[in-house]
Design a protein around this ligand. Structure first.
Ligand code: FES
Ligand code: FES
Length: 233
């Protein structure tokens, strides 16, 4: 009768209810590690094979656009997923429009497209092709500031200035909206929707998409009101 070796006894002793022994477990652990190593090598090989594919796909997404900005055509090749704000700042060196939140919440990136204010961080550059775009760099005529720019200076309507380009673009469009008698929520509250009046309440409502972290709001309202009076609004 053969005497079982100690290890065999141990293995048998440690067999679980399904009959699996330590030896079985060690074999499967070794097999797992071998498989994992092979899989890792495969993934690494796959990753390097995917790199050219990714580059090709990025090239496929790059489009040459011609954007009319401040009256001048600019041709630029960008990934079609690039926002107008990033195109202005990173590809065309027009850094006047600021990036605050990049989520459409602060208004620092406001520019005018077709005369309407938009958050350029939310607008794809490709969708602005063919439309006239006005940025803060295009509001002055040479050395002559636009009326809103001059009023912001006169009424000290800024502190750090980071929100100011967006505030000025917004206020510029606000005046045009008032001239076109476009109503706001406040116009309906005040029952003046047929011919909105530019009260301070209206100014605050219409500028509410532009956040100023320095809290220059009272002076901003004064500056907008002053220009509105000059043009009989
Ligand atoms: S950066 Fe566009 S809204 Fe804030
Ligand atoms: S002036 Fe500083 S955020 Fe408006």
């Amino acid at each position: 009768m053969s005497v079982p070796r100690c290890q065999d006894v141990e293995d048998r002793t440690e067999a679980d209810s399904s009959g699996t022994t330590r030896h079985d477990l060690e074999v499967s652990r070794r097999t797992f590690l071998q498989s994992a190593t092979a899989l890792g090598a495969g993934l690494a090989t796959g990753a390097s094979a995917q790199a050219p594919a990714a580059a090709a796909s990025a090239t496929a997404r790059t489009k040459s656009l011609t954007l009319n900005i401040n009256g001048t055509d600019h041709t630029v090749a960008v990934d079609t997923r690039t926002s107008l704000l990033d195109t202005l700042r990173d590809h065309l060196d027009m850094t006047g429009s600021k990036k605050g939140c990049d989520h459409g919440q602060c208004g620092a990136c406001t520019v005018l497209v077709n005369g309407r204010r938009v958050n350029s961080c939310l607008l794809l550059a490709v969708s602005a092709e063919g439309d006239p775009i006005t940025t803060i760099e295009g509001l002055a005529h040479g050395e002559e500031l636009s009326p809103i720019q001059a009023a912001f200076l006169e009424y000290d309507a800024y502190q750090c200035g980071y929100c100011t380009p967006g505030q000025i673009c917004s206020a510029t469009a606000l005046l045009d909206e008032m001239k076109a008698k476009q109503a706001s929520v406040v116009s309906f509250e005040d029952c003046t929707q047929e011919a909105p009046k530019l009260s301070d309440h209206e100014i605050r409502e219409r500028m509410s998409g532009n956040i100023c972290r320095c809290g220059a709001y009272p002076n901003i309202v004064q500056a907008v009101r002053a220009v509105a009076r000059q043009v009989n609004l």
